[in-house]
Design a protein around this ligand. Structure first.
Ligand code: GLY
Length: 420
């Protein structure tokens, strides 16, 4: 070094420092990349502006609710490149009627604005007679987001009897020989002949649990538990992904077929099916406190997380997600985000609590980003859901239940943040 001119010495030291900084920063970036790839659910990398997101949703709902005035219908979807909700009749065979009133209840929950409560009441009370539906399992999806949230959020105690009657109607579809509720009638789904149970059915169990705890028949609790146990045994593959439709022999209870209706193929992994499972088993644990359901909820949630792409929003079927032309399903992401927020409060391990919480927040951040948000583009909260591509409809659209589970997640997050 003595041979080197002191001016060059300073220069060389500076160069050396630059190279060192570069190496360290590249290493950091590499670590960041690895985090993104392997552990992205653990680290929330920037803050999520929950209040802003709630404001955005309120702005969207203010626009849409002024247009949604026909009480005989409810909004179901916004077609790709359209801006306004397509409404469908409040018909007892349409499973989605409860979500719009449910969104209004949650908007009341997160804003305390009486305007939303009044609107929610108006939109809930139009289908009271659905409490007698026995033709399919969707009565849970139809009644609980509307009347259940009205009872819990809106303090509408007079909805209790309607909910209890709804639960009793759902319970008529339980077949003790199979150990599950029959989801669909074979008349409407002629591919099959016997007792059909779909993974989506897990969500309807919440109505039964609620009933058993609120003066309804105590067997509703047993039915819900039995359904969850049977589904846990039969409805999942060894790799912990879910089948969609199971056909059981109505008398022997034997599994006859494992198929799909909305997935890519009979043995493919329909992402919303997995999402229903994650939500369903988290809810069943919350209701029963039986550890086997928590273990299972965690296992299938971890499987779901392991299959996610970079932006935390799955393709409509995990088995086609390597094809960039295949559409996303934001509804699955919203369902799982909401479920994981609950799961984060139910697991004991602190690291797991953080992992599920952060995964949920990262999902919400992705859904609220320009890529998935409908702000400035359409009247919904979210874009890019896929209802039933295999049936040729609801492809890359806005869906009312994506918005419902999104605002439910925002409401859950708000409660968790207030607690902290
Ligand atoms: N039946 C509920 C769904 O389409 O996911």
């Amino acid at each position: 070094m003595k041979l080197i001119n002191p001016r060059y010495k300073v220069f060389l030291t500076l160069i050396l420092l630059c190279i060192l900084t570069c190496i360290v920063s590249c290493k950091d970036n590499k670590n960041q990349d690895q985090l993104v790839k392997t552990d992205r659910e653990v680290n929330v990398k920037s803050s999520f502006n929950l209040n802003k997101e709630i404001e955005n949703c309120e702005m969207q709902l203010t626009t849409s609710s002024s247009k949604l005035t026909d009480l005989t219908k409810h909004p179901r979807l916004i077609e790709k490149n359209q801006t306004e909700w397509k409404e469908v009749s409040n018909n007892k065979l349409v499973w989605t009627s409860g979500f719009y009133p449910g969104i209004l209840w949650y908007m009341y929950d997160v804003t305390n604005n009486e305007k939303w409560k009044n609107e929610a009441i108006k939109r809930t009370e139009v289908f009271e007679d659905f409490k007698n539906i026995t033709e399919h399992h969707d009565i849970g999806f139809m009644m609980f987001p509307a009347y259940g949230n009205g009872y819990k959020i809106g303090g509408k105690k007079e909805y209790k009897d309607i909910l209890l009657t709804s639960a009793a109607s759902l319970a008529t579809r339980f077949n003790p020989k199979v150990g599950t509720i029959k989801s669909w009638s074979v008349k409407m789904h002629p591919r099959w002949k016997q007792h059909l149970t779909i993974i989506d059915n897990m969500l309807n169990l919440e109505l039964l649990f609620w009933s058993a705890k609120n003066g309804g028949d105590s067997t509703h609790y047993d039915i819900a538990v039995k359904h969850a146990e049977t589904t846990m045994k039969n409805h999942f593959r060894e790799d912990l992904t879910s089948w969609h439709v199971l056909e059981y022999d109505s008398i022997s209870g034997k599994v006859l077929n494992k198929h799909t209706k909305q997935g890519y193929a009979d043995n493919s992994r329909w992402s919303r099916g997995q999402a229903w499972g994650v939500y369903g088993y988290t809810m069943v644990y919350k209701q029963t406190k039986d550890k086997k359901f928590l273990d299972f909820a965690e296992k299938i949630a971890n499987k779901y997380l392991s299959l996610l792409p970079e932006d935390m929003v799955p393709c409509w079927d995990f088995d086609v997600q390597n094809d960039p032309k295949e559409e996303k399903d934001a509804s699955a992401a919203a369902i799982v985000a909401s479920a994981l927020l609950d799961l984060s409060t139910l697991v004991e391990d602190k690291e797991d609590q953080k992992r599920y919480y952060n995964a949920a927040v990262n999902m919400l951040k992705s859904l609220g980003s320009d890529k998935y948000s409908a702000v400035g583009k359409a009247d919904s909260f979210l874009l890019h859901s896929t209802g039933a591509k295999s049936l040729g409809h609801e492809i890359d659209v806005a869906l009312i239940y994506a918005d419902y589970y999104y605002i439910e997640a925002l409401s859950r997050l708000k409660k968790l943040q207030t607690k902290k």
